[in-house]
Design a protein around this ligand. Structure first.
Ligand code: FAD
Length: 480
């Protein structure tokens, strides 16, 4: 009996999954190969590993419900896939494309080797709304600004309708000669000693079912207010789908087309829908950048930033990572990240800006910290966003625009609810001081039980001095 192989990677769903749709009703092996080499040259971070385990478990259940089975193997993906294809006498091997240079190179090698052996090999778009090469300019590069990129994207017309999940799948038997299988649990993705994962993914349900339910809830209750509320820190005003998109529990075409359908039914949603779609657009822009710049996580897109006089400041980095900078909105964000593996987008911008501009610490260190601690840590969106904040990226925030963490906090968390939630030692401080406790009179601090430097840190840098230092550093690279 012949069979097909579906090689699963960051596309852990049945809905709108072209490789799985292509084998509906035919005997197939559905295989996940855990290969630590293939995350753009670095292993997955701790929080993302935790999330991966849950994504895989959910996919295993979903496949089981439709009559199929998830097989898990650990090791070098190319070697294992070729051995499996040979042992199974596979007719076809199918997968979703990847955009990291090392993964692309490996996929090309595997495709060529399979074809040489008479196995049909085909790849699909299972991760993006549109492929980077369909959006590139004549010189093969992505548009230089997001707005030009997004105009091209939208200009290609309606997205293809998402594919429905197949109703019946058929599991082929695991061949006797094939590489040895393991279990999801044996991959050791959840931390054990110590197990720090207790609060991870608060407010999220990993897996395809959870993602679909989250999307439905967002369409029902969140979309209408999205454009106005998305920057507010305390309410749950955004879709919380980033980790689901990262691991492909949801195809980006699904929220995109759902939001468009909601607008067609109620034109008052148009502005909110446009805003939401453009955020999905930033994800696509990040992937187009990663595709064009394989070293996006390690090299500044604007070459002059390679000469930026970053400082070694280990105590500063530690204070930032632990949420002990003395700037409440930064600390709240960093603690939310550590506890839950998630941080609100605006706080990501504020916290990243603080590390780079207030502390003059290299954006790559911050990117690596996020890579390790975010459940949605994404090989494209994470480095592209860090470079955007640093000023070295595509269509980046100008370097001289330096977020004032106090003003940002007061504007987007006016009653301090977000800070109070993640920085409990400031819980009882009046709203007028909660974003700048050092400005509070002694009686207000005493009433709230806050002793600066003891129960909560004093600011580790002065905002005005840090701002002046950052601008001077920037002026130095401009002169050079
Ligand atoms: P929503 O507001 O509901 O947005 C919908 C979807 O659009 C998101 O799920 C996400 O897939 C995408 N999206 C939204 N904003 C962006 C953006 N600026 N860039 C790229 N895609 C976006 N996002 C990640 O998915 N992974 C990362 O590793 C990541 N690292 C970041 C690092 C920094 C320094 C910054 C400033 C942003 C980063 N982002 C990253 C982007 C953004 O913060 C998150 O996608 C967003 O907060 C996720 O919450 P949500 O799903 O509720 O977003």
């Amino acid at each position: 009996m012949t069979c097909d192989i579906v090689w699963l990677r960051d596309d852990f769903r049945l809905d709108d999954q072209p490789a799985i749709a292509a084998v509906a009703g035919r005997p197939a092996l559905f295989v996940y190969i855990h290969d630590q080499r293939l995350q753009n040259g670095r292993p997955l971070g701790g929080a993302a590993k935790w999330r991966l385990e849950r994504s895989l478990a959910s996919l295993g259940r979903r496949l089981g419900e439709r009559g199929a089975r998830l097989d898990v193997v650990e090791g070098e993906a190319d070697r294992i896939l070729l051995a499996l294809a040979a042992a199974a006498g596979a007719e076809r091997a199918l997968w979703s494309r990847r955009y990291e240079a090392d993964a692309i190179a490996l996929d090309r090698r595997v495709k060529a080797a399979l074809r040489e052996r008479g196995v049909e090999a085909a790849s699909f778009n299972g991760r993006l709304m549109r492929e980077p090469w369909d959006l590139a300019r004549a010189d093969g590069r992505p548009a230089g600004t997001f707005s030009a990129f997004w105009r091209r994207h939208r200009g290609l017309g309606p997205l293809p309708a998402p594919l429905a999940a197949p109703t019946r799948l058929v599991a082929a038997p695991w061949p006797a000669e094939a590489p040895r299988r393991t279990t999801i649990e044996a991959l050791g993705l959840t931390p054990m000693a110590p197990d720090w994962s207790g609060d991870l993914a608060q407010g999220e349900t990993p897996g395809e079912d959870g993602a679909r339910a989250t999307l439905a809830r967002f369409l029902d209750r969140g979309l209408g207010d999205y454009a106005d509320a998305r920057d507010r820190l305390a309410p749950a005003a955004t879709s919380r789908l980033s980790a689901a998109l990262r691991f492909g529990e949801l195809s980006p075409r699904r929220p995109a087309t759902a939001v468009e359908a909601a607008t067609a039914a109620d034109p008052r949603l148009a502005a909110a829908a446009d805003k939401y779609l453009s955020e999905l657009g930033w994800r696509e822009f990040s992937y187009a950048l990663l595709y064009a710049h394989p070293d996006l996580a390690t090299r500044a897109l604007k070459a002059e930033f390679e000469a930026f006089p970053f400082r070694d400041d280990e105590p500063g980095f530690r204070a930032w990572a632990r949420g002990r900078t003395g700037y409440p909105v930064v600390d709240a964000g960093m603690r939310q990240l550590w506890r839950t593996g998630y941080m609100h987008n605006r706080v990501r911008m504020i916290a990243a800006s603080f590390l780079i501009k207030h502390l003059l610490i290299d954006w790559r260190r911050g990117e690596a910290w996020f890579w390790d601690t975010l459940c949605d840590a994404d090989p494209a969106s994470n480095p592209a966003s860090w470079q955007w904040v640093a000023g070295s990226g595509a269509d980046a925030a100008p370097y001289f625009r330096i977020f004032n963490p106090v003003l940002q906090g007061e504007r987007f968390d006016p009653d301090g609810a977000y800070v109070r939630r993640w920085v409990p030692e400031l819980q009882r401080l009046e709203a007028s001081f909660v974003h700048a406790p050092w400005r509070a009179p002694a009686e207000a601090l005493a009433r709230a039980g806050v002793i600066l430097g003891k129960t909560y840190p004093k600011p580790i840098v002065d905002h005005d001095a840090a701002r002046a230092r950052a601008l001077a550093a920037f002026a130095a690279i401009r002169r050079a």
